[in-house]
Design a protein around this ligand. Sequence first.
Ligand SMILES: CC(C)(COP(=O)(O)OP(=O)(O)OC[C@H]1O[C@@H](n2cnc3c(N)ncnc32)[C@H](O)[C@@H]1O)[C@@H](O)C(=O)NCCC(=O)NCCS
Ligand SMILES: Nc1ncnc2c1ncn2[C@@H]1O[C@H](COP(=O)(O)OP(=O)(O)OP(=O)(O)O)[C@@H](O)[C@H]1O
Length: 201
Amino acid sequence: MALVVGLTGGIASGKSTVSAMLREQGIPVVDADVIAREVVEPGKPAYRGIAAAFGEDILLPGGGIDRAKLGGIIFHDAGKRQELNSIVHPAVRAEMLAQKEAYIREGRGIVVLDIPLLFESKLEYLADRILLVYVDEETQLQRLMQRNRLSEEEAKARIASQMPLAQKIVMADHVINNNGPLMDTKAQLLRILEDWQQEKE
Ligand SMILES: CC(C)(COP(=O)(O)OP(=O)(O)OC[C@H]1O[C@@H](n2cnc3c(N)ncnc32)[C@H](O)[C@@H]1O)[C@@H](O)C(=O)NCCC(=O)NCCS
Ligand SMILES: Nc1ncnc2c1ncn2[C@@H]1O[C@H](COP(=O)(O)OP(=O)(O)OP(=O)(O)O)[C@@H](O)[C@H]1O
């Protein structure tokens, strides 16, 4: 039986950083953010759903979704966010499950599902174990502002659209503290991986 791990955290807490480390160790990671981009490409049902719900103004001249504009709307409006989620999430979930099943059929012992909104969307049931990548609020804000070149106000709106990390920490099976240097993050991950490998033996 494969061990299915849900990898979660908050925006800019370090999930992609940890998932790159997992891939380095040969562990497959199914990434909800990547799938969420694919399912809204022109021609896909969710693309038409977004154009219908948010209007043609949300499209770029080339036809694709203007992600910056859509983010500017949904991170400031819980109702619109809910509307977008209800269009995009079912397609993301279906594709994630298909990719997970394919890895299990290949015989992989551990499969990781990187799902930023795992707790918000009540998807705990998808995973045997939940691994949370934690950072303190100030580090999260600084890293988010820097990575996405956002103002403090914009970055705070994005953080506020998610369940606080302090609340998620008590719901996770394992926690990696990603406040420090990457070396420390990797050391914590390798320890957790050892536990999982032992469990499977
Ligand atoms: C709003 C959109 C267009 C902004 O695109 P952008 O390229 O700027 O951001 P990206 O997709 O890389 O997401 C970055 C992070 O934002 C956070 N985030 C994204 N969507 C949401 C949401 N609906 N609610 C709360 N946080 C969210 C997540 O932590 C995610 O990792 C995009 O995030 C989107 O389509 N969101 C809806 C789908 C979704 O929920 N994706 C998250 C995982 S399924
Ligand atoms: N330990 C660390 N030290 C310094 N910078 C880091 C560390 N971990 C991550 N970062 C940086 O912080 C930013 C956020 O990390 P990352 O992209 O991995 O987060 P994420 O949780 O995947 O974000 P999102 O869900 O929003 O896409 C990136 O610019 C990354 O390079």
